[in-house]
Unconditional design. Structure first.
Ligand code: AMP
Ligand code: TRP
Length: 336
């Protein structure tokens, strides 16, 4: 049997270079060898204040983004179409301590974001419980590996803890402990502020959208911060390092990246040359994705039907796990 690969992404806006190079590129490549399941996790997206009117559009937009870069529609599901995820989340709540959840760095960061964003300081219990739902997403398919960016490491550790506690309680190695799979660029930084990660939640200038206008992308690269004025002159500044990491991650750009790196070591590198090369290679990679995205957008109906169908198929696997889990825990079961 092929190993199971599972990963998910939230429908909180346009897909960016951090998502792609940090995780999604890996998702695409793994499809040829593994049993891959990828989710759009809308239940996770409602843990933070959000715009109800935009939610469905964002979800379908993300479906198109993912398919445009090479994800097969058969491998995709939408979380709110598979209620077993939330059912298993409830069960896992009872295998996870409150203290463990309050220690999660993402919870601390996001609750701080809520507090500083507006006068409304409502922090939902869903935000605290977020990693438990994530554990359910992963374990319900008995995933062997989870390809994600570095920011998800702590959540993966929690998933393994929950699996272990569950296994211990039922006296059986029922859940597989999922491994984390990083790409060679597990953390892409914001070009506008290389001290922080590239992210949608930080605001417009802190991410480069995969489907943005060419002129906007070129401008964002041109104005990338390259020198933070740090005193470690022999080290690359975070901004320059980030540009090299982006260039290195683009297929087919290894040679030029090597040459520019050599120039950097010899002290002859002009940052404008580095930026120009990043823009050129990036656009070469992005244009075919952008064209594919336009085609998909012209035929949305068809793709929507396909994703509803694939979610229904994937749901059968989740139902099987729930049946077994309830059995192991002495809960009631009916085959529907
Ligand atoms: P999100 O957009 O937060 O739902 O993240 C989707 C996936 O992209 C997750 O696997 C993240 O770890 C990954 N990711 C998000 N931002 C970055 C980043 N700046 N660098 C690398 N990976 C990232
Ligand atoms: N928490 C992840 C993120 O913000 C998204 C996510 C939800 C996820 N469920 C998952 C990632 C399961 C991997 C596996 O990026």
């Amino acid at each position: 049997m092929r190993e199971v690969i599972l990963s998910c992404i939230q429908p909180t806006g346009e897909m960016h270079l951090g998502n792609y190079f940090g995780a999604v590129k890996n998702w695409v490549d793994l499809q040829s060898e593994y049993d891959c399941i990828y989710g759009i996790v809308d239940y996770h997206a409602i843990t933070m204040p959000y715009d109800i009117k935009k939610m469905r559009t964002n979800t379908w937009d993300l479906v198109m983004d993912l398919v445009a870069v090479g994800i097969k529609p058969d491998n995709l599901f939408i979380q709110s179409l598979i209620p077993e995820h939330t059912e298993l989340c409830w069960i896992f709540n009872c295998f996870c301590s409150y203290g463990q959840l309050t220690r999660m760095t993402q919870f601390k960061d996001k609750s701080q974001d809520v507090e500083s964003a507006s006068s409304d300081t409502f922090i939902s219990a869903g935000l605290l419980d977020y990693p438990v739902l994530q554990a359910a997403d992963i374990l319900i398919y008995k995933a062997d590996c989870v390809p994600v960016g570095k920011d998800q490491e702590q959540h993966l550790e929690l998933s393994r803890d929950i699996a272990q506690r569950f296994n211990y309680s039922v006296g059986k190695e029922y859940f597989i402990l999922p491994k984390t799979l990083f790409t060679k660029t597990p953390k892409i930084r914001s070009t506008a502020d290389p001290e922080r990660k590239m992210s949608k939640s930080a605001g417009e200038k802190h991410f480069i959208g995969m489907f943005s206008d060419e002129s906007r992308i070129r401008k964002q690269i041109r104005s990338a911060v390259t020198d933070t004025g740090s005193d470690h002159s022999e080290d690359l500044s975070p901004g320059v390092k980030n540009l090299f990491e982006i260039l290195d991650a683009i297929p087919g750009s290894e040679e030029i990246s090597g040459q520019l790196f050599q120039a950097q070591k010899e002290g002859t590198l002009r940052y404008s040359d580095l930026k120009e090369n990043v823009s050129e290679h990036l656009m070469e990679m992005l244009i075919p994705f952008q064209e594919k995205r336009k085609e998909l957008s012209a035929n949305k109906r068809n793709l929507k039907d396909q994703i509803k169908q694939s979610s229904t198929e994937i749901r059968k696997r989740a139902q099987q796990t729930m049946f077994e889990v309830k059995d192991l825990l002495g809960l009631m079961n009916i085959k529907y």
